[in-house]
Design a protein around this ligand. Structure first.
Ligand code: SF4
Length: 346
């Protein structure tokens, strides 16, 4: 399989059949080869740097019912909360003191946050923290909403596509959600000028080497600035509660391939990876990742934002969390950077 990895490196493209063959038949030696190559690429583009993003989980309400999600609308056991503008600004303030220069506002699709409310929150953060990047991860919206948020000061948007295969999308999402609209949202975001992240879970129910090949073909076509990939982890209140979690090894291999395909991509070692493996952050970075997203949400709200079971807890105090992360990354000769950590093409 090394020749396919080399071909991906050289041509930034494989056929669907080649991807399927790579995902189905790779060996530990192939994975190690890909990890070394991914590290070399990452180091040559971004150095041995790890960018931190402060994650603020603003709402555990969601109008959708994705079959895999612990905070989906129909889960009566989910605990719900919303953060006010002042609470969000407080999270940013404590994060800024700890060295964060990117704030990621993530939440379910919660209509309580109208476009006007959201634009006001974004412009307030922009006014108080002009040197910081503002990232949104608030799901599917219309073009006008995305544009309004951009004008208010948002710079980046994360919207995992979850799968680029129509039939697989239907296994994971009920109507009225459609893959077509998801993809349209991603193109809208790019057209408006956001740095855009897509992504998918590894090992989600119904995923096959063929659907993964579609995902990689989509990455080739879309050329995202960021890609979020973590192992699928089941939640006890969903229909997938007994489905096995995604493979850490496969996740790491795909992180490496993603770095090889998209050398400048901003690639997180996700919380899901840390949940599946205690050394997830370090392993992720050693396989091509260069972003970590510690949690800045209020401590008493964190256990209410449970997309999957046993979510890895970030430290309570942001300063201590960054310090601990810096020490960890130093053990693999990497440095946690204080800075926005924009994509190289921006
Ligand atoms: S995955 Fe996102 S959109 Fe789907 S139910 Fe969960 S929070 Fe809502």
């Amino acid at each position: 399989m090394k020749q396919l990895i080399d071909k991906l490196h050289a041509q930034k493209h494989l056929s669907k059949e080649e991807y399927v063959s790579l995902f189905s038949s790779y060996t530990p030696a192939d994975a190690s080869y890909a990890a070394t190559l991914a590290q070399e690429i990452k180091n040559s583009v971004y150095g041995k740097n790890v960018f931190i993003r402060g994650l603020i989980e603003i709402s555990s309400y969601c109008k959708n019912n994705c079959y895999y999600c612990g905070i989906c609308r129909s889960n009566k056991n989910a605990q719900r909360y919303r953060l006010s503008k002042e609470e969000i600004l407080d999270c940013c303030r404590s994060g800024y003191k700890a060295g964060f220069r990117t704030f990621v506002m993530q939440g379910g699709e919660d209509p309580w946050y109208t476009d006007a409310i959201m634009a006001d929150i974004i412009s307030s953060i922009r006014a108080e923290f002009p040197d910081c990047a503002i990232t949104l991860s608030l799901g599917e919206k219309g073009h006008d909403s995305y544009e309004r948020f951009f004008r208010a000061g948002a710079n980046r948007y994360l919207l995992r596509h979850e799968t680029a295969d129509e039939a697989h999308y239907r296994i994971l999402h009920p109507e009225p959600l459609t893959l077509e609209n998801r993809i349209k949202c991603l193109w809208d975001l790019k057209q408006i000028g956001y740095q855009v992240g897509c992504g998918f879970m590894i090992g989600s129910p119904g995923q096959t080497p063929q659907t993964l090949a579609e995902d990689f073909l989509f990455l080739e076509k879309f050329q995202p600035h960021m890609v979020g990939m973590g192992p699928f982890l089941p939640h006890k209140d969903t229909i997938f509660r007994d489905h096995p979690g995604g493979s850490v090894d496969l996740t790491l291999f795909l992180l490496s391939l993603c770095r090889i395909l998209l050398p400048k991509v901003l690639l997180p070692a996700t919380t899901a990876l840390s949940t599946a493996s205690a050394d997830g952050k370090l392993l992720g970075v050693l396989h091509g990742a260069n972003v970590v997203m510690p949690n800045l949400s209020p401590w008493d709200k964190r256990e209410k934002y449970m997309l999957y079971d046993n979510k890895f807890p970030s430290g309570k105090d942001p300063v201590a969390a960054v310090h601990e992360l810096s020490e960890k990354m130093a053990t693999i000769d990497h440095t946690v950077v204080i800075g926005r950590g924009d994509h190289k093409d921006i």
